[in-house]
Design a protein around this ligand. Structure first.
Ligand SMILES: Nc1ncnc2c1ncn2[C@@H]1O[C@H](COP(=O)(O)OP(=O)(O)OP(=O)(O)O)[C@@H](O)[C@H]1O
Ligand SMILES: [Mg+2]
Length: 372
């Protein structure tokens, strides 16, 4: 039996607020990593709270007891208070069934699943112990006790060049989901596209060495078969899924949509990675609806950003789905921008962000706390 202090088995649901700092232990990301859909619960040890999601609680632990050696893992269970909600249980099922198809360096790896002693399902993935993108860039969910030095380090450590490099990796993951993940040979879902539908900084996290940013949380993901299309590469889908700040207008408006909804969300996240500011920071739901979804407002583009980059953002978050490039093209363009001399605008960047850290220190000392 696992040596949990509070555990997924008891479903105490106390993971959230206590556990923003993730174990920094190096993880064996390169070794063999098979999928086991009936992991005995006892094989997971050292279980500790990790974070709370909307419908799920996440734990971190060590998966051992097989020939592959121990692995640091994340364990996702339904929240105790929500364990009877059908839609949360469906999200967890869907996540498990979709993750089984996926293998990409920028997509979280599935280790398997199993049942707690109480009969609840748990899903096990590799632990992304570098923490989420939003925690890293400090735009949301700033970990308790994040001091000025850490914020300074993040802002200088994450200059435009690094942001573009990480974003190109995520773009490659999305291109894989949209174009390759489910090839024509696979029986039930031949040639399907996988849409993530919840791309946001809280669903992206770093490996322990901070070198790789990976996409996780496939609870809202959807597989679209060619036959499902209503024509013109459009699909009827449940609208209003995901987080409104990052949501494509057609999704928010419950209109037919397609994989370019992910392209829109990716662009908003990319803007956040480069500007280190929360998009539409002061907008509530009504302003997001009126100004962004209906009014076409978009985040501000800085004049010192390379033209190739600002053009790309503008196309990606176009209100017209047909204007948005494919994720394969986005990845290609980002790599082109990275190749350009001076493409990272580093000096302006550093000056601006040293200044921002100053403002951060001031606002923190006045007790202000940025919220979502
Ligand atoms: N593999 C992982 N490695 C590190 N942290 C993780 C991992 N999986 C989940 N987490 C943490 O747990 C949180 C909640 O997980 P997840 O996003 O999968 O749940 P959710 O209920 O679908 O969340 P939400 O609906 O709020 O996006 C994440 O934001 C992250 O902080
Ligand atoms: Mg999530």
């Amino acid at each position: 039996m696992g040596t949990a202090t509070s555990s997924p088995a008891t479903g105490s649901g106390e993971a959230g607020k206590q556990a923003t700092a993730v174990d920094q232990q190096e993880q064996d990301d390169g070794g063999p990593w098979g999928v086991d859909l009936s992991i005995p619960f006892e094989e997971i040890i050292d279980i500790r709270p990790l974070a709370d999601g909307t419908g799920c609680t996440c734990w971190q632990g060590t998966l051992g007891g097989n020939n592959e050696g121990n692995k640091r893992v994340a364990i996702k269970t339904l929240k105790a208070s929500n364990s009877t909600s059908d839609s949360d249980a469906e999200d967890l099922d869907r996540e498990l069934s979709i993750l089984q198809h996926l293998r990409h360096p920028n997509v979280v790896r599935l280790a398997g699943a199993g049942q707690t002693p109480e009969g609840g399902q748990f899903v096990v993935t590799e632990l992304l112990s570098g923490g989420t993108l939003s925690a890293a860039i400090g735009t949301q969910d700033r970990p308790e006790g994040t001091g000025w030095f850490q914020r300074f380090r993040v802002r200088t450590w994450f200059p435009m060049e690094e942001a573009l490099r990480q974003a190109a990796g995520v773009a490659s993951a999305l291109a894989y989901l949209h174009d390759e993940a489910v090839p024509h040979g696979i029986s039930v879902v031949k040639g399907a596209k996988v849409l993530h539908r919840d791309i946001k900084p809280n669903n992206l996290a770093f490996t322990a060495d901070f070198r790789t940013l990976k996409l996780f949380d496939f609870g809202l993901a959807k597989m679209l078969r060619p036959d499902d299309s209503i024509g013109d590469n459009l699909y009827n889908m449940t609208g209003n899924t995901g987080s409104m700040r990052y949501m494509a207008p057609e999704v928010a408006r419950n209109l037919p949509a397609n994989e370019t909804a992910d392209v829109y969300s990716f662009a908003i996240v990319l803007w956040e990675m480069v500007s280190l500011e929360l998009p539409f920071q002061f907008y509530g739901v009504n302003q997001l609806t009126e100004r962004v979804i209906l009014g076409g407002a978009r985040p501000r583009l800085a004049p010192d950003w390379p033209a190739g980059f600002t053009d790309l953002l503008t196309r990606c978050w176009s209100a017209d789905l047909r204007e948005r490039p494919s994720m394969a093209e986005v990845e290609k363009r980002l790599r082109e921008v990275l190749q350009q001399p001076g493409g990272n605008a580093r000096d302006v960047y550093l000056l601006k962000h040293i200044l921002l850290v100053g403002i951060d220190i001031l606002t923190s000392s006045l007790g202000e706390h940025r919220s979502v």
